[in-house]
Design a binder for this molecule. Structure first.
Ligand code: HEC
Ligand code: HEC
Length: 246
């Protein structure tokens, strides 16, 4: 916990004169972006892609329930919280630029410290979901509204969401290529992307790896187009009512 809230120098926030702040800065902490182990939705640019115009925007993910996830980062597919912690601290903080990193005061964490940081992150649980059955993660129908019940039926049926977001944590631990180039004019799609969990999803807008969808309504419309499911306005509303209970 101490290391997760200790500031370390980083590309833009550091003691050198090409920093972003007017005063010298000690750097950033993990929990500056992952506030309280969750997120307030800040984004940064994918650290190591060149040229600048091709750098993707990345929305900060919540670390809630990260212990239950097998792949990390929207694109990198790193396989442990330890590996991601080391990657973030060592590579992402300095855009993969070693000369700048040395000049600006990079700090290399020992693997023992990395595993302590990871073990702390692995204590962060999903938020309570009082309308879900605690074991199966399915809606407790005695507590749900008719709209939420209809939404659950759609989620597991016509809307096709459960194929990639299966309960109880609404995650398949896979990457999928949604082939968005089908809907774009001579632009590339995103390629394979990590599926994100839908547990606690109401608490972490904006949505998708780059925050392109501001609301759950936008996200439902996005998948309605991608999956060509032709949901009615009422069905979209019911689906959102269900997502809010996860
Ligand atoms: C400048 C903001 C920022 C800081 C500081 C930051 N992160 Fe992140 N973190 C992100 C973003 C953005 C992502 C999403 C990356 C992606 O999708 O590829 C992320 C993703 C992660 C993930 C992967 C979540 C998943 O399962 O996909 C972990 C774990 C993580 N960060 C841990 C840390 C640790 C540990 C630190 C401190 C060493 C840290 N982060 C510092 C912004 C930040
Ligand atoms: C083919 C697999 C697949 C199906 C089917 C699918 N999703 Fe997803 N979902 C993904 C992937 C992959 C992402 C991450 C995409 C990205 O970030 O670009 C995602 C992201 C999301 C997010 C954003 C999560 C976040 O933390 O920002 C929401 C919300 C979501 N899906 C809801 C749904 C709903 C609702 C349905 C059904 C209408 C659905 N998904 C169907 C694979 C799928």
């Amino acid at each position: 916990m101490r290391l997760l809230v200790t500031p370390f120098p980083q590309e833009e926030f550091n003691p050198t004169d090409d920093r972003k702040s007017s005063d010298p800065s000690l750097g950033v902490t993990c929990f500056d972006c992952h506030v309280n182990g969750h997120t307030t939705g800040p984004f940064h640019l994918n650290p190591d892609v060149r040229p600048q115009e091709r750098r993707l925007r990345l929305d900060t993910t919540s670390l809630r329930g990260v212990f239950n996830q097998q792949i990390h980062s929207s694109k990198r597919s790193l396989r442990s919280v330890e590996d991601f912690t080391e990657f973030e601290h060592r590579t992402a903080y300095f855009n993969g630029d070693e000369i700048h990193a040395i000049k600006k005061g990079m700090n290399i964490l020992d693997r023992i410290q990395v595993s302590h940081m990871a073990q702390m992150q692995n204590m962060l649980d999903f938020p309570p979901a009082p309308k879900l059955d605690p074991v199966t993660g399915r809606l407790d129908r005695s507590k749900a509204t008719p709209s939420e019940v209809r939404g659950e039926t759609l989620f597991f049926g016509k809307a096709q969401c459960s194929g990639c977001h299966p309960p109880p944590i609404y995650l398949d631990n896979q990457m999928h290529d949604l082939h968005l180039e089908r809907f774009l004019n001579k632009e590339p799609g995103d390629g394979p992307m990590k599926t994100f969990t839908l547990r606690g999803i109401k608490d972490s807008p904006p949505y998708m790896h780059d925050g392109r969808c501001f609301t759950l309504e936008d996200t439902v419309e996005f998948f309605n187009i991608v999956l060509q499911t032709r949901l009615t306005a009422q069905e979209k509303q019911d689906l959102v009512a269900f997502l809010r209970q996860l």
